[in-house]
Design a protein around this ligand. Structure first.
Ligand SMILES: Cc1ncc(COP(=O)(O)O)c(C=O)c1O
Length: 472
């Protein structure tokens, strides 16, 4: 357990004797607000680039000074417990010293530090990193790895591979999933009409949308127990693949097997099996996006392991580089790669620093048996939040492992978006960071996706605070 605490003792004077969370100034404090104002002048990231003041696009008015494991200190000296793990980019905690040191050693061993255009010349580090990474996949020998930097790039690679492999020009995407913000991934996304409206001229018109495994928002049945499979049988087969596009024209199905930001809900086994069967029947490439859900978060290394449904391509990103450097990957079936010419690449994909980060993280996962820890922490959260299901305004708590959500609604059809934002704001004021989520008009949930290394004590404190706020 010592290792999970990392170097917190000498990390912040506010931790000495104060404990966490520690609120020095009512958040957002004056320095945070000043810095946000300043950032808006110079930084064109998504939220600062917005023309009008609005509260969509970023979640909390937080200006970060320091981080370690699951703690964030802001520029006003407030110390927060982070239940969001940098949207899953910090699965192993922020600034994990063991991973950083080991990554440096690995780079030294292979004689390449930092950046190298790994797509252009062969590197033994890349071969060894790929062997190690593929050893985490049950059918590892059947895949090869393409490296990139972002989740969206891994999905672009997956889509381009499917199109060039099949020689077909259409894709069926499953609504509710999130795939990324470059034009290929964006074209495949049906989550917010705003994306379609704004970028209609550039979006591909060869993408068709089926219903994703959005069980909590199902339009066909009231309760998941009543599942009649209409999303696949009636909508996908009888409508999309009959009225809109022939299956013989479809290169790929792309879906999140565990809908993350849009819902925090695992697809039912039958849903994934039916998709697999249709793909097998018509020679369609099945792509799973495990960008947020993979790398151990569900309690198994990869989500598709839970149901034994093998995709032809699956993608990963977020914590894949061990929190050391950005890394994403598309795992592509061998027989596809045998046929596909090299149409795709990425200058920084598989840079030594990212591969070393990945190798160090995988070693760390083994050494500390982190998959067991994810299951244990997931059980702690699951047990705790299941008691919240009875609370006023909590409609549902759900999820597996460390992919959990609390959904605030009056009933299935009455999401409480404002109330969710109030709860999130109150949590922030009391030193707890959460990320909101949802889809369409159902932006009613808060995600609970902490680091695998969050100390038990910090998790329990955060859950106590959460409980106190929503019990009111
Ligand atoms: C499920 C999923 N897919 C794809 C992406 C895109 O990843 P990136 O932002 O690294 O391009 C994200 C990012 O939030 C995601 O959550």
């Amino acid at each position: 357990m010592e290792v999970f605490l990392m170097s917190l003792n000498d990390w912040s004077e506010h931790l000495q004797g104060n404990g966490v969370p520690y609120i020095n100034t009512n958040p957002p404090g004056p320095y945070s607000l000043d810095k946000i104002k300043e950032a808006k002048k110079y930084v064109t990231s998504y939220w600062t680039g917005k023309k009008k003041d609005s509260d969509d696009g970023w979640d909390l008015p937080l200006t970060v000074k320091k981080v370690a494991n699951s703690l964030i200190e802001d520029v006003d000296g407030n110390v927060y417990i982070d239940l969001n793990a940098g949207i899953s980019t910090a699965n192993f905690g922020y600034n994990n010293p063991e991973i950083w040191i080991r990554a440096q050693e690995i780079m030294n061993e292979y004689g390449v530090l930092g950046i190298f255009p790994s797509n252009d010349y062969n590197l033994p580090l890349m071969i060894d990193a790929s062997k190690k990474l593929l050893s985490t996949v049950p059918q590892g020998p059947r895949y090869r790895v393409h490296y990139a930097c972002d989740g969206t790039e891994a999905n672009e690679a997956a889509i381009k591979t499917a199109v060039s492999f099949t020689g077909r020009g259409c894709v069926v995407s499953f609504m509710g999933g999130f795939f990324g913000r470059t034009m290929g991934s964006l074209s495949c996304m049906a989550q917010k009409s705003r994306d379609a409206d704004t970028f209609r001229s550039l979006r591909s018109s060869n993408v068709y949308y089926a219903e994703g495994a959005n069980c909590p928002n199902c339009i066909f049945c009231d309760q998941p127990e009543d599942c009649n499979g209409y999303c696949i049988e009636k909508l996908l087969k009888d409508r999309v693949l009959t009225h809109q596009v022939s299956p013989e024209e479809v290169a790929a199905f792309i879906m999140e097997p565990y809908t993350t930001g849009g819902l925090m809900n695992p697809a039912p086994e039958e849903f994934l099996k039916s998709a697999r069967e249709i793909c097998d029947e018509y020679g369609i490439v099945l792509i799973f996006d495990e960008v947020q859900s993979g790398m151990g978060r569900s309690g198994k290394m990869w989500v598709h392991e839970h149901h034994g449904v093998e995709p032809d391509i699956f993608t990963s990103a977020k914590s894949l580089g061990g929190g050391v450097s950005p890394l994403s990957a598309a795992f592509i079936r061998d027989e596809i790669m045998e046929e596909v010419p090299a149409y795709h690449g990425s200058t920084y994909g598989g840079a030594p620093i990212s591969l070393a980060g990945n190798m160090a993280a995988l070693e760390y996962m083994d050494k500390h048996q982190l998959l067991d820890r994810v299951k244990d922490l997931g059980n702690v959260i699951g047990k705790r939040v299941s008691e919240w299901d009875d609370y006023h305004n909590v409609w549902q708590t759900r999820g597996w492992g460390l992919l959990r959500a609390v959904d605030f609604r009056e009933d299935k059809n009455k999401p409480m978006v404002e109330y969710k934002s109030q709860i999130q704001g109150e949590l922030f004021k009391q030193g707890i960071i959460t990320m909101s989520g949802g889809q369409g008009r159902y932006l009613s949930m808060l995600r609970l996706i902490p680091s695998f290394t969050i100390p038990d004590e910090h998790l329990n404190i955060a859950l106590d605070i959460f409980e106190n706020i929503i019990r009111k």
